[in-house]
Design a protein around this ligand. Sequence first.
Ligand SMILES: [Zn+2]
Ligand SMILES: [Zn+2]
Length: 282
Amino acid sequence: MHCHTVFSDGTRTPLQLVQEARERGLDGAAITDHDTAAGWTEAANAARELGMPLIRGTEMSAHWPLGGRKISVHVLAWLYDPDGRRLAELFARTRQRRLERARIMVANLARDYPISWESVCDQAKESDATTVGRPHMADALVAAGVYRTRADAFDGVLSKRGPYYVPVETPTATEAIRAIKDAGGVAALAHVGSFARNRVILSDDQIRACVDCGLDALEVRHRENSPEQRTRLTGLARRWGLLVTGGSDWHGRGGKPNMLGENSTDAATVKEIARRGAIPVV
Ligand SMILES: [Zn+2]
Ligand SMILES: [Zn+2]
């Protein structure tokens, strides 16, 4: 229910996602690139051809304002109407801001490291349709011989706490969820218990506020959610009648170690998500 391709920061094409899902014997897969639906057509064509059920979705970047700081929040949006105006505007805005931010970060890095805007864009596989981000800067640094792996680059000069980092401006979580619901989609908070991404994670009250905006599900099974967090989130889901999903957050080989099919979602839950969505499962 949570997979990335070359249309954001994954290393595999939508066709390869569908092929690999079939090789692994999965009953289906979802494509959820960051802030874009650009990979949907290619994924849907592959899914039809290979007879692999496909859920079309997007992982939206959002935040929860917290004093002067922000909690980064990722919202999975499945089966929404891509012509929903409010949502399309939010994606366009976020992509534009990501691009501006990427240019500033690369300019900062280029003062001290042998990379350029061109060498970073060379790493974005689908060029214009790809949301350029830190993974592409990491790949450019690896290509230039500064680091051995993408992960080393993230721990190094691309770190959020490092001097080169520039944050991306995103909508608030409640804005994002309202826009997804407005477009008839199904909304889930992704890896909401992950301390790898935030020092402070969403509180029960903050998640409750998301539920009041129409949140459908919590991604409980994700490799970054600790056993304690899974227990907590399962309890909240039960209390508020939310669906519980799992996600591999697959990025393809060489992207992240996450394996396609890890933390899958049960058939009954997928069926309910399909029932709620504005567009059909392919
Ligand atoms: Zn995420
Ligand atoms: Zn993801």
